[in-house]
Design a protein around this ligand. Structure first.
Ligand code: 1CP
Length: 342
């Protein structure tokens, strides 16, 4: 691990000459080079073939110049490794033909042997670390247990995940047993990612913002904290409970090294809520990347000034969208590299 990497310094709270920058979903459909591989190989072939996952992971490093790579994979490899079929349906997203809502379905999920199905992830990490040759650090990741439960119960993406929430509220004990099972598998999975070479890990709780604070305390937070406590002795942990602004204060004193924030909160609000205790990551609205380049440059500077350049990782507030021009993504990254607070 190269301690001079900006990302790792920012996560430790060490002083940096400028903040590091990467973009969620930086390997994806806005890149023509990704589209070439997407037309040739289906989604899970891309994910499960270490050479392809490695090539896709490196694309934004070579093309956009991000300060960190994030492994090309998906959060749904966990339900898959636990024995569920997961399809990626063209222009629709994930589909799980068999959902998980009963005691026997939860018991049938395999927790102990899940890891045997994930060797391709660890192979992709080893290969990517070799190819990166220490140019930038590699971020590993997993979905947070509540977000994974959403897909396991609902069977597909949703705007409100009503079925998943209703399952939690009508069968809290069952929901908690499912969340614990996912947590155990996720901890083992992230530990193996660190052994294979990732420099830090991010936990995506993409749907936690659908919960009230009280429900977050029951169905999301305990599991995020377990994962963070188990991983933080091994590697820095970034938690991204999207939309759960009410959780930032509590999580700022957890074992995590960084917290992701979306654009529904100002940088100042995020700093105040977290008492400037922890490194923050975010929070550019990905849709703003469609603005003219000079406006992107201006907004990036304003965002860094507002968060402050220390204890800060520049990122979007959620994944980059497929219709963003590559030059705009590059302008975002370059604006950070050219930042000076003079
Ligand atoms: O080519 C394609 O159309 C596939 C699109 C795609 C990509 C590029 C999917 C399907 N997954 C991925 C890769 C991916 N997924 C990464 C790679 C690393 C990166 O560059 O960031 C990561 C970190 C994820 C994580 C992920 N998958 C999340 C959490 C982050 C988020 O965006 O909230 C979620 C919710 C998923 C599920 C998923 N996988 C793919 C889609 C289209 C979705 C979302 C579906 C929905 O809206 O419910």
């Amino acid at each position: 691990m190269n301690s001079t990497h900006l990302l790792l310094k920012a996560l430790k709270g060490e002083e940096v000459e400028r903040p590091p920058v990467w973009m969620m979903r930086q390997a994806g459909r806005y890149l023509p080079e990704y589209m070439v591989l997407r037309r040739k190989y289906d989604f899970f072939t891309r994910v499960q073939t270490p050479e392809l996952a490695c090539e896709i992971t490196l694309q934004p490093i070579d093309i956009i110049g991000s300060d960190a790579a994030i492994l090309f994979s998906d959060i749904l490899v966990i339900p898959q490794a636990m024995g569920l079929e997961v399809q990626m349906v063209e222009s629709k997203g994930p589909f799980l033909p068999r959902t998980t809502t009963t005691k026997s379905e939860i018991e049938a999920l395999n927790a102990t042997t899940a890891d045997d199905h994930l060797q391709y992830v660890y192979d992709a990490i080893s290969l990517t670390k070799k190819e990166l040759n220490n140019r930038v650090p590699l971020i590993g990741f997993a979905g947070a247990p509540f977000t994974i439960l959403c897909y396991m119960v609902e069977g597909k993406g949703s705007k409100a995940f009503d079925k998943a929430k209703q399952f939690c509220f009508s069968e809290p004990k069952l929901a908690q047993s499912l969340l614990q099972k996912i947590t155990d598998v996720t901890i083992a999975y992230l530990k193996r990612q660190v052994q294979a070479g990732v420099d830090c890990v991010q936990v995506f709780d993409s749907w936690s913002g659908l919960l009230s604070k009280a429900d977050f305390e029951i169905f999301a937070k305990p599991y995020l904290v377990q994962i963070s406590d188990a991983l933080s002795p091994l590697a820095p942990v970034i938690l991204f409970p999207k939309g759960s602004w009410y959780a930032l204060e509590d999580l700022s004193t957890s074992s995590a090294s960084g917290l992701g924030v979306d654009w529904c909160l100002t940088p100042k609000q995020a700093r105040t809520l977290t008492n400037n205790n922890i490194t923050l990551q975010g929070n550019f609205d990905p849709n703003h990347l469609l603005k003219p380049i000079h406006e992107i440059q201006k907004e990036v500077k304003e965002m860094i000034d507002a968060f402050g350049p220390q204890k800060y990782i520049v990122n979007l507030g959620h994944g980059i969208l497929p219709n963003i021009p590559v030059e705009h993504a590059k302008a975002f990254v370059d604006a950070v590299k050219n930042y000076s607070n003079l």
